[in-house]
Design a protein around this ligand. Structure first.
Ligand code: HAM
Length: 447
């Protein structure tokens, strides 16, 4: 029996409405939204295929360690991680590069090179939701394995650019950077800091990664303060800021002191010059690209849609090192992922006209007596390749025509007992309202 104490606390089930709401940061998609998404997906997929990329798929959850191996345990805060009933530590994937590299090391290492793979899938991040930032979002991405020539990198970057452009988006910016260069500038600036134990070349704290994080957030005031806190003199900080403002090869070379970097900058410069051969004229050299994830090295790039404001980054990518970490034979790897949801938001912001989902014809029985024959006519038309809907509601013709209009149907076929006696139906053009008597066998030619 319930005591008054427990009685007070038990709420009727129907009051707990939150249970039946969407989890924070997730979305449902209406048929119209799905139509936009499918259009965008098909457009990007076609571009990937035109460049010789082949689709793969990996699981939605992975062993947690796949994502912590490179980034350390701090990344767990940004993940959806959990233990399953067998006490295994798992995580919903926050991105697909690590899973694809796991797959490559496991099963694809012997494939001919370069190996060009693409994927489309949902990702999960414990982000603070806002417009353009969700806890469940979709990425469409490519990974290129086994090639790092300037032409390989230029093709990859051009592919990201064209995949976005081909959707119909007009205004995007492509910036290409180099982490070898940026890393050297940060290390050189920190060399006079108090971040080293005397006699050691190992940084004793996480200042370097903190500076990379601040650059990624475009918090340059924060970068200056961090250097200052670490004991770096103003002159060196100014030189650092100049070095990351450099945006042509001559200036970049002036700031490069480490042997080997000059050669790397030549490859970077050649990559950017080659982009024109792939129809990309507006790539910018940008040394402030730090990328948020820990596995990058070498050439990196980002594509923004300025119309989106705060969450404007549509695509990020570059060269990275994960294969040896996962037990594979060292090989060059590079890739990118396009934020699929943001691409759609950008298209909507530019008032892009998405193709409408239509049917070729809506078949409308004009009385209950002709329903069977109407279904046969619809079936025959479908078998001949038409997209056909039939009004299933047994209602008056004006309501049926309204329904046909809501489907954006191009034509309506009105099936009436009188016309059927002559083996004919009425075809109505839904735009003009013109009607014609047509023999049933000839309907297909009128669509
Ligand atoms: P990322 O920059 O973390 O890179 O993500 C790629 C894109 O996914 C972003 O540019 C953004 O458009 C979209 N995105 C990220 N987080 C969210 C979110 N919470 N809501 C909506 N969209 C989001 C990567 O994930 C790398 N794996 C890319 C890569 C592939 N690098 C090499 N290969």
């Amino acid at each position: 029996m319930l005591t008054s104490f427990t009685k007070k606390r038990i709420k009727p089930y129907f009051i707990q409405t939150d249970v039946f709401k969407l989890p924070r940061g997730t979305r449902d998609f209406t048929p119209e939204e799905m139509q936009r998404r499918r259009y965008t997906e098909n457009s990007m997929m076609t571009t990937f295929q035109k460049f010789g990329y082949k689709e793969i798929q990996t699981p939605i959850f992975e062993n947690l360690e796949l994502f912590t191996a490179k980034s350390g345990a701090t990344i767990i805060d940004e993940l959806y991680s959990f233990k399953d009933k067998g006490d295994r530590e798992l995580a919903l994937r926050p991105e697909l590069t690590a899973p694809v590299m796991r797959f490559y090391v496991d099963k694809l290492q012997m494939e001919p090179k370069p190996l060009k793979l693409f994927y489309f899938g949902n990702c999960f991040r414990y982000d603070r939701p806002q417009k353009g930032r969700y806890r469940e979002f979709w990425q469409m991405g490519c990974e290129l394995i086994g090639a790092s020539t300037p032409e390989a990198m230029a093709e990859l970057i051009a592919l990201a650019y064209h995949a976005i452009k081909e959707t119909g988006l007009k205004n995007i910016n492509l910036r290409v950077g180099n982490l070898g260069y940026l890393n050297q500038q940060v290390e050189e600036t920190l060399s006079s800091s108090n971040c080293y134990t005397t006699g050691s070349t190992e940084l004793k704290n996480n200042t370097k990664s903190e500076i990379f994080r601040l650059i990624d957030k475009e918090d340059y005031e924060g970068v200056r303060n961090k250097f200052k806190e670490s004991g770096v003199i103003d002159k060196k900080i100014i030189k650092f800021m100049d070095s990351i403002d450099a945006n042509n090869i001559e200036d970049l070379k002036k700031f490069s002191v480490k042997p080997g970097l000059e050669q790397e900058l030549e490859r970077y410069n050649k990559t950017i010059n080659l982009l024109k051969k792939f129809g990309v004229d507006n790539a910018r050299m940008e040394m402030k690209i730090a990328r948020g994830l820990d596995y990058y090295s070498g050439i990196v790039f980002e594509i923004d849609a300025p119309i989106l404001g705060a969450e404007k980054q549509l695509c990020g990518g570059g060269e990275y090192k994960l294969v040896p970490l996962f037990g594979g034979k060292e090989t060059p790897t590079a890739g990118f992922a396009i934020g699929f949801d943001r691409t759609i938001l950008a298209l909507e912001s530019e008032d892009f006209t998405f193709p409408k989902e239509t049917v070729d014809v809506c078949v409308i029985p004009l009385s209950n007596a002709v329903i069977d024959r109407s279904l046969e006519i619809a079936s025959d038309l479908r078998n001949m390749g038409a997209m056909v809907d039939v009004d299933l509601m047994r209602r008056g013709v004006s309501k049926s025509l309204k329904y046909a209009a809501s489907l954006h149907s191009k034509k309506a076929v009105l099936v009436g007992p009188k016309e059927l006696k002559k083996n004919s139906v009425i075809i109505r053009d839904m735009d003009s309202g013109d009607q014609k008597l047509v023999e049933v066998n000839n309907v297909i030619y009128m669509l």
